[in-house]
Design a protein around this ligand. Structure first.
Ligand code: E4P
Length: 219
């Protein structure tokens, strides 16, 4: 399973990138709004900061409701980085989102269909040509459903039908989500910076470091 970072914060992206574990970035309108910066400006900054990553997801704005509006926004986003291949257009799982996905995939533009909460939605997105499908684990868990079970079912279905779309486990809230998403067959987990930090930690690692440091002083 690969790691994407789920943030629009440039410092977090640059910091995580330095660790050498990142394959991509996902953003969404809420994450960009938190940054208090113009959407296109931030996407351009991210694309420039991490040019060689597999994918940087930029989402069409919530004001784009029709496929025509989504496609018009996508075309502007593609222009930002001279049509570079790592920009991925993130579209919502709606009828207009599917139509947009079909259009963009035929043009060779990568797409990430977001806000997926059922296996059927994932199957539709994949059949429309999505490069990535993003089931939201945490938001399902929040309403007492089982987000990991959804990932496992999508992975099984994609295996049975030999579907190439990659599953991004999204709305990841803690390290256990990451482990279980990997075991359930997610190709990618997109995770907040805080969770990336948490993944590096274990109390015995800290204790081990303290003991080594204390012993080293006695030499
Ligand atoms: C994924 O691409 C979304 O940006 C994200 O994972 C949503 O997570 P949230 O449910 O914590 O807002």
């Amino acid at each position: 399973m690969k790691f994407f970072i789920d943030t629009a914060n440039l410092d977090e992206i640059k910091q995580a990138y330095k660790l050498g574990v990142l394959s991509g970035v996902t953003t969404n309108p809420s994450l960009v709004a938190k940054e208090g910066i113009k959407f296109e400006t931030r996407i351009e900054e991210i694309l420039q900061a991490v040019p060689e990553l597999e994918s940087v997801s930029a989402e069409v704005t919530p004001s784009a409701e029709t496929a025509e509006q989504m496609i018009a926004e996508a075309e502007e986003l593609i222009k930002i980085n001279n049509g570079d291949k790592n920009i991925t257009i993130k579209v919502p799982m709606t009828m207009a989102g599917l139509e947009t996905t079909r259009y963009l995939s035929k043009k060779g533009v990568k797409t990430n269909v977001t806000l997926i909460f059922t296996v059927n939605q994932a199957l539709l997105a994949a059949r429309a040509g999505a490069t990535y499908v993003s089931p939201f684990l945490g938001r399902l868990d929040d309403i007492s459903e089982d987000g990991i079970n959804l990932v496992a079912k999508i992975a099984e279905l994609f295996r049975i039908h030999q579907i190439d779309a990659q599953i991004i486990a999204a709305s990841v809230r803690h390290p256990d989500h990451v482990t279980r998403a990997a075991l359930a067959g997610a190709h990618i987990a997109t995770i907040p910076y805080k969770v990336i930090e948490q993944l590096t930690k274990h109390p015995l690692t800290d204790q081990g470091m303290e003991k080594f440091a204390a012993d080293w002083k006695t030499v």
